[in-house]
Design a protein around this ligand. Structure first.
Ligand SMILES: [Zn+2]
Ligand SMILES: [Zn+2]
Length: 117
């Protein structure tokens, strides 16, 4: 049950991004989530509930959470090429061998904040 901890970090990032100057109501938070991210293994409705709890009393209160899965970069040592992993695959789609996750980019990036003014 660490969803709440994860979502608390998201809410913090959202508040930072919104800054002090925004008025209007935040209606949606869109997150880009790496296809290999552990976050996608979670139940979406559990994440939404955790987000609502974490957002209570903050600028993100009442906003809905949307997760957008984006491909991850990986490297297949058998094929000797870069591959793009779109789901939680555990093997290279060409040779079926294990791949190496190459990038160290953050798993979750705030893609868009939708504000109703
Ligand atoms: Zn987890
Ligand atoms: Zn391969």
């Amino acid at each position: 049950m660490h969803e709440l901890h994860l979502m608390a970090q998201v809410v913090k990032a959202v508040e930072t991004k919104l800054g002090e100057t925004v008025d209007g109501k935040l209606s949606a938070v869109r997150l880009k989530v790496s296809a290999l991210s552990h976050l996608l293994a979670h139940d979406q409705s559990a994440l939404q509930t955790a987000f609502m709890l974490a957002a209570g009393g903050t600028k993100a209160e009442g906003a809905t959470l949307e997760l957008i899965s984006v491909p991850s970069d990986a490297w297949c040592p058998q094929c000797r090429r870069d591959i793009s992993v779109t789901q939680s695959e555990e093997a290279c789609s060409v040779c079926g061998g294990p791949f190496v996750v190459g990038s160290i980019e953050p798993e979750v990036v705030i893609h868009e904040l939708v504000v109703n003014r």
